[in-house]
Design a protein around this ligand. Structure first.
Ligand code: AHM
Ligand code: MG
Length: 336
């Protein structure tokens, strides 16, 4: 039935036709993103057969050892997105600083922020991993270079966000602010085809997802919140599901309903805001969650309302079904 299915570009063009001011430049960006996703997916699929597993020997800005596939995915996205001609600057989990796009092809005013291959601990063992991305319009004058402020925009300013999930199939899930759409890669056709239209996160669900191995690092309030998430409103136990790949954990909970939590902890200075990064992990997921009727908070406020102060800043993340978000906010605010 592939012949009757809509491609990503057809979908974008149909959305664009509904917005008279849309220019079509966005589809250039997506063309390169789709090509990057296909190349990364191909590399992930054959990783065990070629010398693509293991570490490069480098340490990234997060202090983490860089895997070869992280590095490969980062290079592909940096190269392809700079070729799109519509991107003027990029930020990646794997680059300390922002990356300016200065080539003769670039008349772009889009900012592209991404995590090239999230879920690093799962790369070498054939478990789901993903690429996460977020798109903004630059704020600074088009005549000069982009600056940090172009990247430090609130999540509410995102034009598009999404992820590619390298799972039992490869899926591209994204929003441009008109709902959430999922496209599954058909390897025979070589295209991502619409498989999940207007995805909705159930109001409540049966799953809670958290790395409970960190419990001894949590304060009492976090322990209480996690304990409350283990049962439903009738007191029936819920299921714990945790892969340790944000894209996969989010995707499952987005479809089945439930809550994903990565709270702050006290193991060291850098964990006091949790582990996940605001710009290229929390904000894109928050945009998707809200577009699908779910929510995403840092424990007190909407993720999307947070004013970023640095490219790689971390943030606690609670994202999922609306009933759970409401309950967490109630518990957090009554505890003060
Ligand atoms: P990474 O960017 O180094 O891959 O780390 C992010 C990942 C997320 O995908 C996942 O939600 C989290 O780290 C899991 O962390 P932990 O192993 O501490 O539970
Ligand atoms: Mg990551």
């Amino acid at each position: 039935m592939s012949a009757q299915r809509v491609t990503v570009i057809e979908h974008l063009l149909s959305q664009q036709n509904a917005i008279p001011t849309a220019t079509g430049r966005f589809t250039h960006l997506f063309n390169e993103l789709i090509l990057s996703a296909k190349i990364i997916s191909r590399e992930v699929r054959k990783a065990g057969l070629v010398d693509a597993l293991g570490f490069t020997g480098e340490i990234n800005i997060q202090g983490e050892a860089v895997k070869k596939l992280d590095d490969f995915s980062n290079d592909i996205l940096l190269y392809r997105m700079s070729k799109s001609g519509v991107v003027c600057g990029m930020a990646s989990e794997e680059n300390d600083d922002i990356v300016l796009v200065n080539n003769e092809n670039s008349t772009g005013d889009y900012i592209f922020i991404f995590d090239p291959l999230d879920g690093s601990s799962n790369i070498d063992i054939n478990v789901n991993i993903g690429t996460i991305f977020s798109v903004y319009k630059r704020k600074s004058a088009a005549s000069g270079d982009v600056c940090k402020e172009d990247f430090l925009q609130k999540g509410t300013e995102q034009l598009a966000a999404g992820y590619v999930l390298y799972g039992s199939s490869t899926m591209l899930v994204f929003t441009t602010g008109q709902g959430v759409y999922g496209f599954t890669f058909d390897p025979g056709v070589g295209e991502f085809l619409l498989s999940h239209a207007q995805m909705q996160n159930p109001q409540s669900g049966n799953i809670y997802s958290v790395n409970e191995g960190n419990r001894s690092y949590w304060d009492a309030q976090i322990c209480n919140v996690v304990d409350a998430m283990k049962i439903d409103k009738n007191g029936t136990p819920r299921s714990l599901r945790y892969i340790g790949s944000l894209v996969a954990d989010f995707h499952r909970n987005f479809i089945y309903g439930g809550i994903f939590i990565y709270p702050p902890d006290n193991r060291d200075e850098k964990s006091k805001n949790g582990k996940l990064r605001l710009l290229y992990e929390a904000n894109p997921m928050a945009f998707l969650a809200e577009q699908g009727g779910g929510g995403a908070i840092d424990g007190k406020q909407r993720i999307l309302d947070i004013q970023p102060t640095s490219i790689h800043q971390r943030v606690p993340l609670y994202t999922g079904s609306q009933d759970d978000i409401t309950k967490i906010l109630e518990m957090m605010s009554s505890a003060g």
